[in-house]
Design a protein around this ligand. Structure first.
Ligand code: URA
Length: 227
């Protein structure tokens, strides 16, 4: 990618501004001064501009502990979005959706293929939720979840439910339809009062992340998710 384009994408100024900064000799690529705005930067190049350091990366992958009050979108006129929580210059988007009041594990990336592989209904990737609810848990519910729950317009793929206490449980589902866990619970006369995603595929939420905090996925985690 051209150096001026990279810097403009990285919000170091408009394309015009960054061209001036480059011409003035204020940009280093791997510690060498570069004054050619069309210089080609490649993966892992280290760019220094106004004492700020940037590493060139095509794809980025984050794990966020989503807080309540944020919507799973890139831009919105009324609500704060999960993308606003991440300090990154790439055009990142959430991998699937969590409701505004749902908390917990959410991946964000700019890699469309990675996102597709994790969210396509055909891939059957398990998502596990910790759920608090109002209502009476009954033993047959486990069999009902295993069979799939019939909702208004579709029957879910087989899922599972595991009691923790009188008013909490884990639910695992394969798809990620709108309000799916809440609707499955409602179909069994249980009202969800708190919902937290604790795992996605084989990756568990890093419990050292407080709500609103995030970190990059490790290479190992990315490889596990890509399998
Ligand atoms: N199911 C829901 O009902 N809500 C979510 O945010 C995720 C799964």
């Amino acid at each position: 990618m051209r150096l001026d384009k990279f810097l403009a994408n990285a919000k170091c100024g408009s394309r015009k501004d960054v061209k001036k900064i480059i011409k003035a000799g204020n940009v280093l690529v791997n510690d060498n001064k570069v004054t050619d705005e069309a210089f080609n930067v490649v993966e892992n190049d280290r760019i220094t501009i106004n004492n700020k350091e940037l590493i060139v990366k095509e794809f980025v992958y984050y794990m966020l502990n989503k807080p309540s009050g944020y919507i799973s979108a890139t831009i919105d006129n009324y609500h704060k979005t999960v993308v606003q929580l991440i300090d990154d210059y790439h055009e990142i988007f959430p991998v699937g959706r969590l409701d505004i009041d749902t908390v917990g594990l959410l991946f964000l990336t700019n890699d469309g293929e990675f996102c597709h592989n994790l969210t396509s209904p055909k891939k059957h990737v398990n998502k596990k939720y910790y759920v608090e609810f109002i209502g009476k848990y009954y033993p047959e519910i486990e069999e009902e979840f295993n069979k799939g729950i019939t909702l208004k317009d579709f029957t879910t793929l087989p899922g599972s439910i595991e009691k923790i206490s009188e008013n909490s449980c884990y639910v695992t589902i394969q798809e990620g339809k709108f309000h799916q866990v809440k609707l499955m619970m409602k179909a069994c006369n249980l009202e969800v009062t708190y919902l937290k995603r604790v795992s996605f595929g084989n990756i568990v939420l890093d419990e050292s992340l407080k709500e609103g905090e995030y970190r990059e996925l490790t290479l190992e985690e990315i490889n596990i998710l890509n399998k």
